[in-house]
Design a binder for this molecule. Structure first.
Ligand code: SF4
Ligand code: SF4
Length: 383
């Protein structure tokens, strides 16, 4: 194994980055047993941990960029190695030294777009609210019931704008007093942080916190589990606490309170995919299932690898911005599982999952066989 001569301080940097939990590992290998990478190719978190313990990590290699931060292995680890924090610590070192393998180079462009325009898609900040231009959606003002924060992909991506528009239609139908921040909204910063770019994360978090405070925001509704995770679990690092609710939780609340009524029939077999950052990272498993069970005519089927065993789509940890070779995409396995269950609809509530699954169903020739829907798109058909 090559010793990383220019990076002699690696152990110190890992410690400083909160990654010193590496040394607790006793090499049992349980992490590798559950890691989705080992369904498609060899990858060993156990080996990465071992190398890091001795300061032998090759931070120029692809391996430190593989982890999707899906949360499966920390759940299993008997020694609380906290593989995600430790793995991100390695990426921070690579980012600090500016060493990236070819597949990760686009992240530099993404960082630039995040700093310049507040989104990773090289889109104009000024156009962030355009998805709602022709809809009855107001700018948030203090005293409104809730801020709707669609996030980057639902603001700009043509497929995902259907989801933000469906959400707005549902909120209006339920009489929710909501508003958006449009160009004052910035990327939540969750994924860029997982690539090791702490500076850009902090910058984005501070921009959002300022916008929330300046506008008197107290309660935030999000569509993306990545925004949910960051606002709820990471923004408190900046000594702020906003009430954060994910759309799957809010839909159930609206149904229970009788503010939303479902009409007609949805006579289709539907399977629910638990996004990693909604389920494993935040324990939200029951709410989306309860919402779907309330849809008249809908038949809910469970896939193998569901709830806390959910199979990652491959998009977390910044992997949504990296190229994954055909034959190595977890999303293909997941779409195949859904089809095997006889599901006509693969439902979920995460922009990365939807992007990856839409790509899989087209490249796998399943376009006629199965549809991919955000939960709001199903509910929108029933109101
Ligand atoms: S599961 Fe934990 S203790 Fe076991 S090899 Fe992996 S990191 Fe080490
Ligand atoms: S968090 Fe998920 S992708 Fe990352 S090493 Fe663990 S099991 Fe593999």
């Amino acid at each position: 194994m090559e010793t990383v001569a220019p990076y002699k301080d690696i152990i110190e940097v890992i410690k400083a980055s909160g990654g010193d939990a590496f040394k607790r590992c006793f090499q049992c290998g349980l992490c590798d047993v559950v890691c989705p990478w080992n369904r498609v190719r060899n990858f060993s978190m156990r080996k990465l941990v071992r190398e890091a313990t001795f300061g032998l990590t090759d931070i120029e290699s692809e391996e430190i960029w593989r982890c999707t931060t899906c949360g499966r292995c920390p759940q299993q680890c008997p020694r609380d190695v906290r593989q995600i924090d430790s793995g991100v610590a390695l990426r921070r070192i690579a980012t600090e030294y500016g060493v990236f393998p070819q597949s990760v180079k686009p992240i530099r462009t993404i960082s630039g777009s995040l700093v310049g325009e507040g989104n990773p898609l090289s889109e104009d900040r000024a156009k962030r609210g355009d998805w709602a231009k022709d809809l009855p959606v107001n700018t948030f003002t203090e005293g409104m019931e809730i801020l709707y924060f669609p996030g980057c992909y639902l603001s700009y991506d043509p497929r995902l704008k259907k989801v933000s528009r469906a959400t707005a239609a549902i909120l209006n139908k339920a009489g929710v007093d909501f508003g958006i921040l449009g160009s004052q909204e910035s990327c939540c910063g969750e994924s860029i942080r997982k690539t090791g770019d702490e500076d850009v994360f902090k910058r984005l978090a501070k921009e959002n916190i300022k916008a929330f405070v300046d506008n008197g925001v107290k309660k935030i509704l999000v569509s993306s589990p990545h925004c949910y995770h960051t606002f709820k679990n990471e923004y408190p690092e900046f000594m702020v606490h906003f009430e954060v609710v994910h759309i799957t939780q809010y839909l159930l609340e609206l149904l229970r309170e009788g503010r939303l009524e479902l009409k007609g029939e949805y006579p289709r077999a539907v399977t629910w995919h638990d996004p990693c950052y909604l389920g494993r990272h935040n324990g939200i498993y029951d709410e989306p299932r309860e919402v779907l069970r309330q849809v008249p005519g809908l038949e809910l089927r469970e896939m193998p690898d569901s709830r806390s065993d959910s199979l990652c789509c491959g998009g977390g940890g910044g992997r949504i911005w990296m190229e994954t070779l055909k034959g190595e995409r977890f999303c293909d396995l997941r779409v195949d599982q859904a089809a095997q269950m006889g599901a006509e609809v693969l439902a979920t509530a995460c922009p990365y999952c939807i992007t990856n699954f839409e790509d899989s169903r087209l490249t796998m020739g399943f376009a006629e066989k199965i549809e991919v829907k955000d939960i709001t798109e199903i509910i929108q058909e029933m109101i």
